[in-house]
Design a protein around this ligand. Sequence first.
Ligand SMILES: *[C@@H]1O[C@H](CO)[C@@H](O)[C@H](O)[C@H]1NC(C)=O
Ligand SMILES: *[C@@H]1O[C@H](CO)[C@@H](O)[C@H](O)[C@H]1NC(C)=O
Ligand SMILES: *[C@@H]1O[C@H](CO)[C@@H](O)[C@H](O)[C@H]1NC(C)=O
Ligand SMILES: *[C@@H]1O[C@H](CO)[C@@H](O)[C@H](O)[C@H]1NC(C)=O
Ligand SMILES: *[C@@H]1O[C@H](CO)[C@@H](O)[C@H](O)[C@H]1NC(C)=O
Ligand SMILES: *[C@@H]1O[C@H](CO)[C@@H](O)[C@H](O)[C@H]1NC(C)=O
Length: 442
Amino acid sequence: MFAFSSSPLQMSFLLAAILTSLLTVTVSSIDGIGTTDINYSSIQRDHQRGYELEMVKTKGNQFVVGGKPFYVNGFNTYWLMILAVDPLTRVKVTETFKQASAIGLTVCRTWAFNDGGWRALQKAPFVYDENVFQALDFVISEAKKNNIRLILSLTNSMEGYGGKAQYVKWGKAAGLNLTSDDDFYTNPIVKGYYKAYVKTVLNRVNTFTNITYKEDPTIFAWELINEPRCLSDPSGNKLQSWIEEMAFHVKSIDPKHLLEIGLEGFYGNSTPDRFQFNPDSYSGQVGTDFIRNHQAMGIDFATTHLYPDAWLSNSNPEDHLEFAKSWMQSHIDDAENVLGMPVVFAEFGMSAKDKNFSVSSRNQFIDMVYKTILNSTRRGGGAGGCLLWQIFPEGTDFMDDGYAVVLKTSKSTEKILSLQSKKLKKFNSKCSWRCNWTCRKN
Ligand SMILES: *[C@@H]1O[C@H](CO)[C@@H](O)[C@H](O)[C@H]1NC(C)=O
Ligand SMILES: *[C@@H]1O[C@H](CO)[C@@H](O)[C@H](O)[C@H]1NC(C)=O
Ligand SMILES: *[C@@H]1O[C@H](CO)[C@@H](O)[C@H](O)[C@H]1NC(C)=O
Ligand SMILES: *[C@@H]1O[C@H](CO)[C@@H](O)[C@H](O)[C@H]1NC(C)=O
Ligand SMILES: *[C@@H]1O[C@H](CO)[C@@H](O)[C@H](O)[C@H]1NC(C)=O
Ligand SMILES: *[C@@H]1O[C@H](CO)[C@@H](O)[C@H](O)[C@H]1NC(C)=O
């Protein structure tokens, strides 16, 4: 693990030293401009290799690929595997990646699970549907073709596509004495179901590429569980033990990929002074803890989600912006000063179902999120990036939860996304070529 006590200044020197050695650059003037001597042949070689051979890693509070910074402008589309099962809708997966890639989005977060029910990948514990697995293979293979990396979530804490409620149902059907969905986090046999699932997915050999998932750099990271909460234990101990056990399990099978939890990012009992940044007092009591959870061994980066319209009751667009600003800044500060890892705003969006929704307020919100990220990027800070919830191609409205942004019909929003990609791309290349992680000259 990283030294949590390092100051940002120490950290930036450390990073500069690491980068210097990776790029075989000698910096003879302190500001990294002057007489910087760059080994172009080694940089060119990295470019030619593309991302084919490079896993995403972290150095301090930044993501790196092949020794270069990798700030993320990305998106969510949760249903890719599910629509890839049917040859008729499989084309929607390709369309999603093509459209996203065209505006410079580089990372997509999506479900690598479907526990029981319609088009289940895991039909029952230890029983997998080969046809659905091939749909997931297809998603990964198409992502790679379009230069998009994937964050793959391994189950759900919320309703939808099985998740912890389905695991508990399976446990009950097997005769276990389970009384709450939160038994998912504690019952040894149910934990065994989840572990078996994870092991099967990580060891899967992609039928399109022949690459084993755990070896595939197309995968940016694994996510333990989407939006975990454990209401039965506000102390947070139950969820913490589960995270520690499962992070160890994932890393023991796949030490190469990054791992995150899937948290919404509420502050919990380990930091009562941070409760003020939560949207309300309830969210501090859902059994999660942004700081403590992310300090678990094996967790590589932090996540938070951001839904001001859903989280704040009776609020207007101005309140949303104000909340979002303070929520993001506090998490960026903590990623830098306490956790020593990057933080990704892994879901953010606005629902068209909200009474006060308008496209212009959504655009303003997205723009504000992007500016806050850039403010961090500019000084080499801990905001690793953000993933809009969510991007849809045309003709998939039946999967829409209200948050879908259809790029083809939302030109004003598309423009904002595209501009952010351009700005980040500049940072990603300039930061590496200048070998100055703080990037203040830009
Ligand atoms: C990066 O550049 C800034 C501004 O020129 C400078 O203050 C800082 O010391 C540089 N950092 C490193 C590690 O060279
Ligand atoms: C640049 O890097 C390449 C590959 O690592 C190495 O072979 C070469 O000697 C380096 N050139 C200089 C001038 O350091
Ligand atoms: C089932 O578990 C509950 C809670 O742990 C316990 O109170 C109850 O006695 C158990 N029932 C049986 C049949 O073991
Ligand atoms: C995957 O491996 C099989 C068997 O070795 C081979 O026939 C096939 O061409 C390979 N496919 C790819 C995409 O490499
Ligand atoms: C919409 O905004 C107004 C204030 O502009 C607020 O009073 C109202 O509660 C908001 N509605 C919702 C559903 O949040
Ligand atoms: C930019 O980042 C600094 C340092 O984290 C913070 O103090 C400041 O409030 C941020 N400004 C904006 C406009 O987000």
